[in-house]
Design a protein around this ligand. Sequence first.
Ligand code: SF4
Length: 189
Amino acid sequence: MYDDAVAHRYHDRFLERIGRTARITGTRPELASYVDVPGLEMMIHVRNVASMVASDFSDRGGLIQLARKTSRVAPCYAPFKHLVIDWDGSVVVCCQLRSDTVKHASAVVAKIGQDGVGLVDAYVALGPWRKSLKGFGPKAAPCGSCNVYEYADNPASLLVGRLVGEEQLPGVQILKRSASRLIGKTKRL
Ligand code: SF4
């Protein structure tokens, strides 16, 4: 049960700790507020576990015990779409994972600034992860139990899983040219 009084107590205690005030923006399904910090958008959410479970929240690479467990076979395109760099330069496969837990050590592929590693090296270092995640089939830890973006294995997603990352296939070239014409863009910015 979500207890409003308890939520307010924790909310206020946190504000006291950081020496700020805040404007409440909502109380359902959970207490939320904007903290008064000039030039920065900072929000507080006093989480409602029941609504998080109902909304099928992420198991964060197996770290959150309350989240739904799955044996992931669906592809994942997160490392195609994002380049996630942690506060200390650690390059992580996706934002669901944490570089500061040993459970996710295998998902830290490089460290920006260490051994001359730059942004391009970081993106390239993610290549094996992109390859292992792009199709249907069992996934290695920590992705093996991940419930985020579980695509259904219908013909469309099976086709996408086969084509993604296969830049040299003639079909992919044709698709890219057609898409470029449709959106009026001929080269990547
Ligand atoms: S499967 Fe989950 S943990 Fe793995 S890269 Fe995708 S979103 Fe991240």
